[in-house]
Write a protein that binds this ligand. Structure first.
Ligand SMILES: [Zn+2]
Length: 423
């Protein structure tokens, strides 16, 4: 058992309740957990503790990306790249992406579908590679002609158990309640921490649209039931209103994207205590690099169509008091892991959050999506010691979190993974 005692002294501690800094603070970590935090006068230094002088840096809870994909994809060409690249290469790139994420201050990530993170999770846990704590869906569930189906490929290339094609992003195709139940069980059998489903169409699936309903209410209920029976929950790709309403009414806990979440849907999300992860970064990036990244014309067109509504609806949801968490939907390559703090910047600039609110969305609220509610995401006694020290004050400029060099110390579960503090 880890009994190491460690003190982060002379730091400005982010208080989640006040969304402000406790000046001249100190944090005591024992056995991987925070045992006390506050002003220096209120936290004693045990004689056998290792003391690190934080030099007045700002201490935040470790950041969490509540929706991304570690794929190892680089080109954005969804046809050629999976066909021509050996699986081991995707994993090697995934290892590098995990390293970039933790160096950028992300101590936990939610991988919303794909097998690279699912398998690398084990390598992180055993200490073979460094990276954030991984909470992974593995095989996502989609109906035939759904967002997880690949409409431009012959159908025999797509089903996960026979597919030789969608290597890093394999999913399961299932239709009807019996198949959905079986697929949910299969994904958990393969190691899923939660179940990812496609409740609607999307931007980057060729022959559907974000507003199309995909799994029916009955199918979603069956999947939620299987997840609940195994102490897990469901995270839905849900963009159109009908699919969002179905997901919420079926008991889905996390609504990703939520492009057409209107007032009625937002109020239902609030009533159900669901968490919404708008993932505005990916759309922002698609519009910025689209052509270069090899995004097909139909994908670019749909992205442009939906972006304004997406921002507007997320802003409304924020005003109505819906729980919002930060997730980028980044995949690597043109959607680079390591720049995931972009979502915090967008929450501040486009949704009207204060920097403190955005940090809370990326820590306390995102922890719920990672299945760690009340365990991480705050610097408080009893929490797992996931802490970062930041050189410039992000409450003054949220941009400071986007520069990896500003993240001078990263602690995950009480272990120091990065220390670039001036000695
Ligand atoms: Zn996604």
């Amino acid at each position: 058992m880890n009994t190491k005692k460690l003190v982060l002294d002379n730091v400005r501690v982010f208080s989640t309740e006040r969304m402000d800094l406790v000046e001249n603070g100190r944090i005591l970590v024992e056995g991987g957990r925070i045992s006390s935090a506050g002003s220096r006068g209120s936290v004693d230094i045990p004689p056998d503790a290792q003391v690190i002088d934080g030099g007045g840096r700002v201490a935040l809870p470790g950041l969490i990306d509540a929706h991304l994909h570690i794929t190892g994809m680089r080109s954005g060409d969804n046809v050629k790249e999976p066909l021509l690249t050996p699986m081991g290469v995707f994993f090697a790139r995934g290892v590098k992406d995990l390293e970039k994420l933790i160096m950028a201050g992300f101590t936990t990530i939610v991988d919303a579908g794909g097998i690279v993170a699912l398998h690398l999770r084990e390598a992180v846990n055993e200490g073979t590679i460094i990276g954030p704590r991984v909470f992974a869906a593995g095989f996502s569930l989609s109906p035939t002609f759904g967002h997880g189906d690949v409409h431009y490929m012959p159908v025999e290339y797509v089903d996960a158990r026979t597919s030789k094609f969608m290597k890093p992003l394999k999913g399961l195709i299932c239709d009807g309640e019996a198949e959905c139940r079986k697929a949910a069980r299969y994904s958990m059998r393969e190691g899923a921490d939660f179940i990812k489903v496609m409740a609607t169409g999307g931007v980057l699936s060729q022959r559907d649209r974000p507003e199309y309903r995909q799994f029916t209410l009955e199918e979603l209920k069956v999947i939620v039931d299987e997840a609940r029976a195994a102490k897990r929950f469901v995270h839905a790709h849900a963009q159109g209103k009908e699919g969002i309403m179905n997901a919420l009414n079926a008991g889905v806990k996390v609504i990703a994207h939520a492009i057409y979440m209107d007032e009625e849907a937002a109020l239902l999300a609030k009533e159900k205590d669901a968490v919404v992860v708008p993932t505005l970064s990916i759309v922002h990036k698609i519009l910025e690099v689209g052509n270069k990244a090899g995004i097909p014309e139909w994908g670019l067109r749909k992205s442009e169509e939906v972006y304004r509504d997406h921002v507007e609806n997320a802003r409304k949801a924020k005003k109505l008091g819906v729980k919002l968490a930060t997730g980028t939907d980044f995949l690597g390559g043109f959607f680079p892991h390591g720049e995931n703090a972009m979502e915090l910047k967008i929450f501040v600039e486009k949704l009207g959050m204060t920097p403190g609110e955005a940090i809370r969305a990326a820590t306390e609220t995102a922890a719920e999506v990672a299945g760690m509610k009340g365990q991480t995401g705050k610097i408080e006694a009893g929490m797992v010691a996931d802490i970062i020290l930041v050189k410039e004050n992000p409450l003054m400029s949220i941009d400071s979190l986007l520069k990896t060099e500003n993240i001078e110390l990263v602690m995950k579960g009480g272990e120091i993974v990065k220390n670039k503090l001036p000695q």
